[in-house]
Design a protein around this ligand. Sequence first.
Ligand code: ATP
Ligand code: MG
Length: 589
Amino acid sequence: MSVEKKPENAPASNFIRAIVEHDLADHKFANKKWAGSPGDAAHHKAGQVDHAKIRTRFPPEPNGYLHIGHAKSIFLNFGLARDYEGVCHLRFDDTNPEKESQEYVDSISDAVHWLGFNWKNGNEENLYFASDYFDFMYRAAECLIENGHAYVDSQTADEMRTNRGTLTEPGKDSPWRNRSVAENLTLFREMRDGKHPDGSLILRAKIDMASPNINLRDPAIYRVRRAHHHNTGDKWCIYPMYTFAHPIEDALEQITHSICTLEFEDQRPFYDWLLERLAEAGLLAHPLPHQYEFARLNLTYVVLSKRKLIQLVEEKHVSGWDDPRLPTLAGARRRGYTAEGFKLFTDRIGVSKADSWIEYTILEDCMREVLNQSAERRIAVLDPIKLVIDNYPEGQTEDCFAPNHPLKPELGKRVVPLSRELWIEREDFEVEPPKGFFRLTPGGMVRLRYGYVVQCTGFEKDANGNVITVHCDYLPDTKSGTPGSDSVKVKGNIHWVSAPHAYAAEIRMYDRLFKEANPGSGDKDFLDDINPNSASVITAQLEPSLKDAKPEDRFQFERHGYFVADKKDSVAGKPKFNRTVTLRDAWQK
Ligand code: ATP
Ligand code: MG
């Protein structure tokens, strides 16, 4: 296959990229016109040759927040436009009056921006609402009626279902299938004018009730539905069906490659049938868009279905759409996941036509990889007990120097204060150490990271027998970074925070929301698979510099994992942190 232009730094090729490259090599869209805004054939005919070599679109329905599955579609559609001198439209597919709202519109725009994409192109905004095309869709429906390609059916929903046939049996023609054009037009206009109750009449395409593809057995294209629409208010009481609306939206926007998930594969013949009928009637401009299908993302340990996500939010199993445990992009962002991590993930999993399940750990590994490069290191004691250096002068403080990033010396070092009383991790001290334990034990020696070697001289327990304080002496000539500091060899190295300087912070220790890889598999309710221990809140002792963390600043807390200053609950000088991901996969099956 000939390739006109291989984009630089593009993700690995996939079958859709191959199709685009082939089409470009064939100059398939070389004469395609674009009038600067969506419209019918006449509108585009008056326009210029399209400056965009291809047009793709991301068409979410604004009936919920975007999830990680949508990220795959966003990277695919916006990525193609970026790599092949094209344009990607953000189109709100808001033809269904119920369940759509401005909050969802705003959150979707935010998420696409956050992933690094923009629908603006020069003077063109390329932000569209499918409901703006209702007038055209109505006109298209009348055009089909006039040309004998659509009829108003008076069958009940039950009759329609019975007469549709099955996979092995053809359907039966509706008794209303041969109504005259005049009668169909009159009835359809009455539907529009509110003269018929909801569900009483339906407009159907007239194709073939015996087609082996059930989607071609006179599919419904317009229904009566009295519902308020967030954009068009009460102007309409009839609404187009998705399968009728979507191809028209693509054509009005002069989309070249209309990319959707595999479940729409059987709809493609109707997609093509509809656009060809409208083009031959002169309503739509050539070249017509083509639909291509790819496998949707299925990810273990989460649910990627808006219906289930809405249920989790509305029934308050989570704190909201941006709960950091949710696989929404708003939740992932609050959790500390990065757009770069999602890019790496979508590149790594690729695009194919075969449905499969992706392990959640692959996503976590991508986040770790990106954060390992980008996140500065800080010190945090998550489960603190006191360490008192008895031979260190009371009231004295001295500076220790900790590198901000081990892989990036250019990021320099920061000062961490050391004093007589420190916080250390409970698990870094053992009264009766198991074999191979190299941290602090009675009489043992350990290095305080970036500080001195200390030797344990004793410990105190509370009434319950829990160690609350460890005592030690420090070896003055062993300070890290000073000559001869390594004259005393120790095997262990523990982190610490100076107690009088520490910032006691709230940390949310998030874990997976579901305890099963496939929530709700078998006959179970997916809610029964919720992990009851997916969130806990602790108070940790952090190095003082973390007080200045800004919302969404991300860090590696040494030895613990990656954490982010919460974008919602942090106040200046008092950030709260969310655990993004542990350093290594700690999930026990
Ligand atoms: P859901 O099934 O969760 O309700 P949806 O398909 O109804 O999602 P839309 O708002 O219609 O959600 O989706 C917008 C675009 O995102 C569509 O083009 C759809 O193909 C794509 N998309 C949705 N879910 C996934 C997924 N899991 N993987 C890849 N693409 C997806
Ligand atoms: Mg959908």
